[in-house]
Design a protein around this ligand. Structure first.
Ligand SMILES: *Cc1c(COP(=O)(O)O)cnc(C)c1O
Length: 373
């Protein structure tokens, strides 16, 4: 076998445009929050259709600040998915909330509105869906559910820049929280963006971000330093300009993978739900019981064949010691999330894949699970 290069699960694409933007910041001498941050915020206003975008230092902080801006009462509960990156849970705990989990839909891996309906009640202050893998949660069902108990909605859109639900962009339903971490669809190394159409929430977020200060040395609330730097924002600006094209490339790659991988016994492929625009942060398959080998063997075999893959996520969030006995995490049993955690794996879908890469990925899967029938 010839030595073929590894196909990574994610690839950073930074070019001359990013270099030029960053150089401009370096030469301006203004490295902290300034015009580049303002331009990045404007790009998110345009992307989401929300009235305001507030840049912060990372995606976890964007969730924390969103919850802080809601001024939750003690004992307030956040209802969210256990099948997510732990930042979702950590942010709710950091903001002083109690976390209650609602199980996912087994096909889309998104929080199931029926499970949310069963989990919400008078203590629910926030419903926090995760637009997992780049596909919007069922906002049509979730918004009225939240309203029915007077809860706010915070969308964890860390993986879903530009995703849509029935023609409307994520981040425009509730308070939107985006991550700009190095592996996300738009990245600045570290960074986060909050979107909202509520003027007073936006105002509070800007205060919280900057030590509670509106006018120099006049502190209106106890705030923090949540600011993003212009150096980082400069890296994100060209990516926002290319986002549509890059999302289209992800969509083509996802379609190309599905074409090659359909009909393999024991392999369930991801789907784009009717009426949602999936931005394919991850292309996540499920290796079921009737497959030739289990998920972990597929991960190992693909790794040996030079195909990077990832398991997002290996456990339901409540299944970690740090949360199992946490006084503010409500004990849960979410069988769909637990089963998904044992069976899913994500294949490369990033924009720099070639047709040849897609062939290689598919062939490596055929070797392990058999060719399509
Ligand atoms: C990446 C991510 C976050 C946190 O973002 P950071 O920028 O890494 O702090 C939160 N939620 C989800 C679902 C994520 O994927």
């Amino acid at each position: 076998m010839t030595n073929r290069p590894m196909i990574p699960i994610t690839r950073v694409e930074i070019g001359a445009e990013e270099e030029a933007e960053v150089l401009e910041v370096l030469r301006s001498g203004q490295l902290a929050q300034g015009p580049k941050v303002a331009a990045l915020e404007q790009a998110f206003v345009e992307l989401t259709g929300a009235r305001h975008a507030i840049a912060v230092s990372n995606g976890t902080i964007s969730l924390v600040a969103s919850l802080q801006a809601l001024e939750l009462a003690p004992g307030a509960e956040v209802v969210t998915s256990p099948f997510t990156f732990v930042a979702t849970v950590n942010a709710a705990l950091e903001a002083g909330a109690t976390v209650r989990f609602a199980d996912i839909d087994p096909t889309s891996y998104l929080i199931d509105p029926d499970a949310v309906a069963a989990a919400i009640g008078p203590s629910t202050a926030v419903v926090m869906p995760v637009h997992l893998y780049g596909q919007a949660a069922d906002m049509g069902a979730l918004m009225p559910l939240a309203t029915s108990v007077g809860a706010a909605v915070v969308e964890d859109a860390a993986q879903a820049h530009g995703a849509e639900f029935e023609g409307r962009r994520v981040g425009s339903f509730g308070i939107g929280s985006f991550s700009l971490y190095a592996t996300k669809n738009v990245m600045t190394g570290e960074g986060g963006i909050i979107t909202t159409s509520d003027d007073s929430i936006a105002d509070r977020l800007r205060l919280l971000r900057n030590q509670g200060m509106r006018v120099r040395y006049q502190y209106e609330v106890a705030g923090h330093n949540y600011r993003l730097t212009d150096l980082q924002a400069a890296v994100g600006l060209p990516q926002m300009r290319r986002l549509h094209e890059r999302t289209e490339a992800r969509r083509r790659n996802a379609a190309g993978l599905s074409e090659r991988l359909s009909g393999i016994e024991g392999l369930s492929l991801p789907t784009e739900i009717q009426g949602r625009l999936h931005v394919w942060h991850q292309y996540t398959v499920r290796v079921t019981g009737d497959a030739r080998c289990d998920r972990d063997a597929v991960v190992e075999g693909l790794g040996a064949a030079g195909i990077g893959c990832g398991v997002y996520y290996p456990k339901a969030a409540y299944d970690y010691d740090s949360y199992r006995d946490h006084p503010r995490v409500v004990g849960a049993s979410c069988p769909h999330a637990e089963r998904a955690a044992r069976e899913v794996l994500s294949l490369p879908v990033h924009p720099s894949l070639t047709e040849h890469d897609l062939d290689r990925i598919a062939e490596a899967v055929y070797v392990l699970l058999g060719a399509p029938s």
